[in-house]
Design a protein around this ligand. Structure first.
Ligand SMILES: Cc1cc2nc3c(=O)[nH]c(=O)nc-3n(C[C@H](O)[C@H](O)[C@H](O)COP(=O)(O)O)c2cc1C
Length: 361
């Protein structure tokens, strides 16, 4: 299944070393101004090859908009986007043609489909996530119309947590760290893992600001359940936390409850969601990424013929997938909120009456 969303439906296609990656975004309302520089910049934020903390695969990642935009505005037609692959080095993967990388999707894809596109991981590669970022950029254009902003940054690397949360710092940081005082310690942890031919896990914080009350469709398309669904569907995300999630399971109701006054909530342990519906406060999500499975340390594994062997990997890999993953997670949250916004417009007769005021054109 390669489609997600209900009103704003995104279908992605393409493989890591195929001709390219693309998506079709269906359900985007017409008359949204499309800033192509903004779309390209969003995609560039996910780019590898820019510094020591990401994969050395250098793609140009030029976004080609094929349809659904005319004279700088969305037309309401499906938006087609294509991004060419031009820096694939399939030779690097020849030696693992018949060998599974431990903790990669190689093993399960092979057993499920009985055919293996070993080049860069084929469809299981997070190269696909570029399509999520491109479609997320379109979702952000929709959210901009309502002044809703989604931001992200690295909260922790290898358990080294940020103390201050500063999304502006994340923008300028090579590792998208939220805290300039912790950033160098986090960078050193990544470098140390790299020196040891290893990789390291991390956590991204994703926040959505200015989200109105009422987004989310109980009981089976709740805002929090869909956030879990979309985020856990992202490669390498192994846990997701909403608001004070994990900590709330250890404390008392009196400590966790968000008391209220006429101006709003006095705390935000709920992470902006109650009963599966946005409560008007900032939505706060943490996505927990495992360490990159492809590491350069020799590891025990098996071949496609079930023979035991030792894998010594070549190629280009992210030492910490959470870094570029944070941008993808941010795009996913933008897509969820945009979808929920569109669905919500038909959830209440009052909203519909505002649209169809007098049944006339
Ligand atoms: C942005 C991003 C970049 C990634 N880069 C790599 C990589 O360079 N090498 C690798 O082995 N895995 C990488 N991954 C993770 C794998 O795609 C993923 O762990 C693997 O397919 C197994 O799936 P699972 O961890 O979701 O179970 C990356 C993930 C993301 C989100």
């Amino acid at each position: 299944m390669n489609t997600f969303g209900k009103m704003l439906k995104v279908t992605t296609f393409g493989e890591s070393h195929g001709s390219g990656i693309g998506c079709v975004i269906d359900g985007m309302p017409s008359n949204i101004k499309v800033d192509t520089n903004f779309i390209q910049n969003e995609v560039n934020r996910r780019k590898g090859g820019l510094n020591l903390y990401s994969t050395q695969r250098k793609e140009s990642d030029i976004v080609e908009i094929l349809s659904g935009v005319f004279d700088g505005y969305t037309t309401g037609a499906p938006i087609g986007v294509f991004i060419k692959n031009n820096n694939a080095k399939s030779k690097d993967y020849e030696n693992i043609k018949n060998i599974f990388r431990p903790s990669h999707a190689d093993f399960t894809y092979f057993h499920k489909y009985d055919i293996r596109d070993y080049r860069g991981g084929g469809r299981s590669s997070a190269r696909e996530s570029i399509a999520r970022v491109a479609s997320g950029a379109f979702a952000k254009l929709l959210l901009n119309e309502f002044n809703i902003k989604v931001r992200s940054g690295i909260y922790s690397i290898g358990g080294i947590e940020c103390k201050d949360i500063d999304f502006d710092n994340a923008i300028n940081s090579e590792i998208y760290s939220l805290d300039k005082n912790i950033e160098n310690i986090q960078k050193e942890a990544i470098q140390k893992a790299k020196r040891n031919h290893d990789s390291i896990g991390g956590v991204a914080l994703i926040s959505a600001f200015n989200v109105p009350v009422g987004l989310g469709e109980p009981l089976y398309y709740k805002l929090d359940s869909i956030i879990g669904d979309y985020m856990l569907g992202l490669n390498g995300v192994k846990a997701i936390e909403i608001g004070n999630g994990i900590e709330s399971s250890k404390i008392l109701g009196s400590q966790n409850n968000d008391e209220m006054c006429k101006n709003g909530f006095l705390s935000n342990n709920s992470g902006g969601i109650l009963g599966g519906i946005s409560n008007g406060d900032t939505i706060n999500i943490k996505a927990y990424f495992k360490p990159t499975p492809s590491i350069f340390k020799p590891q025990k594994t098996i071949s496609t013929h079930n023979e035991e062997t030792i894998l010594t990997l070549k190629g280009r890999h992210d030492p910490c997938i959470a870094i570029r993953g944070s941008i993808v997670a941010e795009s996913m949250l933008a897509l969820i909120i945009a979808d929920m916004l569109l669905i919500n417009a038909s959830s209440n007769i009052k909203y519909l009456k505002k649209i169809y005021k007098n049944n006339k054109f």
